[in-house]
Design a binder for this molecule. Structure first.
Ligand SMILES: [Zn+2]
Length: 476
């Protein structure tokens, strides 16, 4: 008799589909077919246009000096408080917004008019806006070539503050919070505007964040009014500092926060999800996994720390109004914050400088975060849309069956699965043709009960969408 601790050979042999093809194979990596019908004809891109080569070139194009120029300009407006001067040409949020619009327009001229610049606005009153004030975003739109209604967004907020959130007059340089994010947005626009993408990319510079996340709502409302199918919002807020108040210096990691269950989940959906799982697999969460995989494959000495939480504890950011609108969204933030430089009056106490000044932004670190954003936008906008109407079955059988709605133009699909306690997708197989064309894959001898499953969509030239988790809990 084998000891109780000896794994059963019989069980291992009974599950051949579980040979361990590991995490995040490159989108074009070959793999066996899920149902034994042979690999799909897709995903064989090679040479200069292969996804990894494109992403590498995009990452290489990020220029720390361009980021510095944006930071210097924005800090130079003195304060960018939402309620500050909107008329002055040199000081206040009005001047900062107009300069941002000028930058987008200059980038648009360089790409033959590939960016449309719009300034959606709402007049807002609230706890931190006692009298009606206009909250205006500055937004550039790069239309997709084949599916312009599908939209991926990068955002950051241009407004800044000091200790008193209602103080609209004293200097509030906001170099890290959040000129750093705005610099990433503008640099992504400069680089990606040189290329064409299947889906639309939107670059959003938002106002009103510190007064109550108003600018995020303005853009989310605008997206809904335009009928955009928003696949992702990457909200960058506080992304330029690598020297933590806790004494840790770390320029090799960035946090990506993602909600676990959808903000719009209904009680009935919650009941099904609570029973069968899905609390770890919102589309936002699988967007975070997508970013972690891209960083792993593309960037050097830089990784994503996925945080399974909507934002920092009890705090918020402009990704929240997107989530509340039903759009997948994540927050990107440095790993070790220094609270002596966030939301602080400029001063020195006991020899310690307070305030969010330019001299303490780490340009090399900000460049890495910008690279992660740019390659994520490019990968999302080049790939097919995430899989739709994904359903799963196979209870009380030895096989797992996945079905979905096949999309025109999709060259193939990849089935992913992972242990229920694993943070990242672990195993994958291409869904063999013709099953993939019918929107169906069977994993022989893979037990539905023991894993979480998902499916991604592949383009003919090797781009891969984020993984969709079955049912309402995971749908994009
Ligand atoms: Zn902020």
């Amino acid at each position: 008799m084998p000891s109780p601790h000896t794994p059963s050979l019989r069980r291992r042999i009974a599950a051949p589909a579980l040979s361990l093809s590991l995490l995040w194979l490159a989108p074009c990596a070959p793999a066996a077919a899920a149902d034994g019908h042979g690999a799909t004809a897709s995903a064989t891109a090679t040479g200069a246009d292969a996804p990894q080569a494109v992403l590498g070139a995009i990452a290489d194009a990020v220029d720390p000096q361009a980021l510095h120029a944006t930071l210097e300009k924005l800090v130079g407006f003195g304060t960018r408080h939402t309620l500050s001067d909107t008329v002055s040409p040199t000081r206040g949020i009005g001047a900062a917004r107009r300069w941002t619009q000028t930058r987008f327009e200059a980038i648009a001229r360089d790409c033959g008019g590939c960016l449309q610049v719009v300034t959606p606005a709402q007049t807002v009153t609230g706890k931190r806006i006692p009298t009606p004030a206009e909250v205006m975003d500055v937004v550039a739109i790069q239309r997709g070539s084949s599916d312009p209604g599908r939209v991926v967004i990068i955002t950051a907020h241009i407004d800044s503050r000091v200790t008193d959130v209602m103080d609209a007059t004293h200097d509030a340089p906001g170099a890290n919070d959040d000129a750093s994010g705005v610099a990433a947005v503008l640099e992504a626009a400069r680089i990606l505007s040189r290329r064409q993408f299947a889906a639309t990319i939107v670059y959003g510079v938002l106002s009103g964040e510190e007064q109550g996340l108003y600018g995020g709502k303005v853009l989310a409302d605008y997206a809904r009014a335009q009928g955009w199918r928003v696949e992702a919002d990457l909200n960058n807020d506080i992304v330029g500092n690598s020297h933590g108040q806790d004494g840790v210096d770390d320029n090799s990691v960035v946090r990506v926060f993602s909600e676990g269950t959808k903000a719009l989940e209904t009680p009935a959906q919650a009941a099904r999800r609570r029973y069968n799982g899905g609390e770890l697999d919102s589309p936002s969460r699988n967007l975070g996994r997508f970013m972690a995989g891209l960083a792993e494959r593309t960037l050097t000495n830089f990784r994503v720390n996925m945080v399974y939480r909507t934002d920092r504890y009890g705090r918020g950011g402009d990704q929240v109004p997107f989530l509340e609108a039903g759009f997948p969204a994540v927050r990107v933030t440095e790993p070790h914050e220094d609270y002596r430089r966030e939301h602080q009056d400029l001063r020195t106490e006991d020899g310690v400088p307070y305030g969010d000044t330019l001299d303490r932004v780490d340009l090399a670190y900000l460049a890495q975060v910008t690279r992660l954003n740019a390659i994520t936008l490019a990968a999302l906008a080049n790939a097919p849309a995430p899989v739709q109407e994904l359903a799963i079955g196979g209870a009380v059988t030895t096989d797992t069956v996945l079905t979905w709605k096949p999309q025109p133009g999709v060259a193939g699909y990849r089935v992913w699965w992972r242990d229920t306690t694993a943070p990242q997708w672990e195993h994958s197989r291409l869904a063999g043709a013709p099953a993939a064309a019918q929107g169906r894959a069977v994993l022989k001898n893979v037990d539905l009960d023991d894993f979480f499953f998902g499916v991604s969509a592949l383009s003919a030239d090797g781009w891969e969408s984020p993984v969709t988790f079955p049912g309402e809990a995971g749908s994009f």
